[in-house]
Design a protein around this ligand. Structure first.
Ligand code: GLN
Length: 484
């Protein structure tokens, strides 16, 4: 079979279980694909030998009938998840040679379910960015690029690009303000940011701890359900991990959505919203109506404060989390005459421009005198944003909005790079979800006139991923998006 790497996870599992293909054969196909697709710069570390070892173990389990839920499925791991004995860098120079002694809970869960890891995927440095251009290892190239090299989105750009170019069957991502959903939208794949607390953050390098959440990026909705089944669950190693049952997400796919109330927030349709995206949104609404869903208009009045609120809270937490990279305990060191100089030299050389900017902003908003004016105020606004969603969910079961106000843009795009604010504005539809701790899934809705993928997102109530899966699966069927 020549196109094994084009199979979805569920299709691969079917063939593996029927013994039509073997895990080793499947892994070899991905290793080949990896070689052919180096130009996308999706992986920063590959471990093909390790992957083949894992595939051989998986093969034994299939032979003995002891195979596990994801046995033999080849995955890529965002390089923000600590993987035992495999270099983990957060795509930062400051820890570019860090080899963890332990495995993150999420990746351990996947390994326990029989997954094969092919390597570590590129991302924006410490997941700070929306285009994967802040990575120490250089930008990821969007596989949908034609003449001009386009960004894959960020921060999980490597994950989305690898899935879309068939360099792994599925990938892990993390989402602090949109980093699973936005790159998924840019690369024409599907990704879900689960409810805060659904997946353990243990062993995930911290960006903004009250917002960070791990989730899968896959070819379709079913694969996301399968991967999330494995990734999610209570973990006593993470104090914010939730003690709630993980339902079998796959069991909700195909369920009837007649009478399901879908909320449409008018604040997400500002004047000047890209017309193509607005049209696709309308189309998605029509498709859901045809399936029997009921459309309700809702209001999320504090939406306009979400971006400033996020860009106070996220840097505040980042500045605190990144204090640990001091040249003593972790990663690289650049010596100096005394301790202070050592810190300054290490951090000046180890962090990139965007990370430094966030540390400066974060330290500023947390400093005495400004704390009340910025940080505390942002926390109050965060509560109002959460309240908006609580009110809205009294009227609807799930919310439908575009994922991003734009399509993938050129690497090095002048406008995006001339001011950080221009880049931050792209997160307008994603950050509220993280501030409120809610789950949201992005799926492809179609192509723009430039032939680039656009995404729609379903936002759900806390721990109600099942309704998101139900609704997304139906929309996906209507859209019938053609992957690469
Ligand atoms: N683009 C957002 C930021 O730069 C979100 C990043 C993320 O979700 N990790 O902060």
């Amino acid at each position: 079979m020549s196109n094994l790497t084009e199979l979805t996870i569920s299709e691969s599992l079917e063939k593996l279980r029927a013994k039509e293909i073997s895990p080793v054969e499947l892994t070899e196909a991905y290793i080949k694909k990896l070689e052919d697709n180096k130009k996308y710069n999706a992986y920063v570390t590959t471990v093909p030998e390790k992957a083949l070892e894992q595939a051989k173990e998986s093969e034994k389990r299939y032979m003995s009938g002891a195979n596990k839920p994801l046995d033999g499925i080849v995955l890529g791991i965002k390089d923000l998840f600590c993987t035992k004995d495999i270099r983990t860098t957060a795509c930062s120079k400051i820890i570019d040679n860090f080899v963890p002694q332990y495995e993150s809970t999420v990746t351990q869960n996947l390994l326990d379910d029989g997954a094969v890891f092919l390597g570590k995927l590129n991302l924006d440095e410490f997941a700070m960015g929306g285009s994967n251009e802040t990575s120490y290892f250089g930008p990821v190239v969007n596989p949908w690029s034609k003449d001009v090299k386009l960004v894959a989105g960020g921060s999980s750009g490597g994950s989305a690009a690898a899935v879309s170019a068939n360099m792994c069957a599925g990938a892990t991502g993390t989402d602090t303000g949109g980093s699973i959903r936005q790159p998924s939208a840019f690369c024409g794949v599907t990704g879900i940011k689960p409810t805060y607390g659904r997946c353990s953050r243990y062993g995930v390098i911290a960006f903004a701890s009250s917002l960070d959440q791990a989730g899968p990026i896959c070819k379709d909705v079913r694969d996301c359900a399968l991967m999330l089944n494995s990734m999610a669950g209570f973990d006593e190693k993470d104090a914010t991990s939730a003690r709630v049952d993980v339902p079998n997400f796959e069991s909700f796919l195909g369920q009837d959505i007649r009478g399901l109330k879908i909320g449409i927030p008018n604040e997400y349709r500002p004047d000047g919203l890209n017309e193509e995206i607005a049209n696709y949104w309308d189309k998605a609404i029509e498709m859901m109506k045809e399936k029997g869903a009921e459309i309700v208009n809702i209001s999320l009045p504090h939406t306009k404060y979400a971006l400033p609120c996020y860009y106070v809270i996220a840097p505040a937490e980042a500045s605190s989390n990144l204090a640990r990279y001091d040249g003593i305990r972790f990663g690289n060191r650049v010596n100096g005459k005394n301790m202070e100089e050592l810190h300054i030299n290490t951090r000046s050389s180890g962090f990139g421009k965007e990370v430094k900017r966030r540390i400066l902003v974060g330290t500023y908003v947390l400093s005495a005198g400004f704390y009340d004016a910025y940080y505390l105020k942002a926390q109050k606004v965060r509560r109002l944003i959460k309240n908006d969603f609580d009110e809205a969910f009294k009227k609807c079961d799930v919310i439908l909005t575009p994922t991003s106000p734009i399509e993938a843009f050129a690497i090095g795009d002048k406008k995006m790079n001339e001011s950080p604010i221009n880049m931050y504005l792209n997160d307008v539809f994603t950050v509220s979800v993280n501030l409120a701790g809610l789950p949201a899934l992005s799926l492809p809705i179609g192509l723009s006139k430039n032939g680039l993928p656009l995404g729609m997102q379903f936002i759900g109530k806390a721990f109600d991923e099942k309704t998101i899966f139900k609704a997304s699966y139906q929309l996906e069927k209507s859209v019938n998006f053609k992957r690469i």
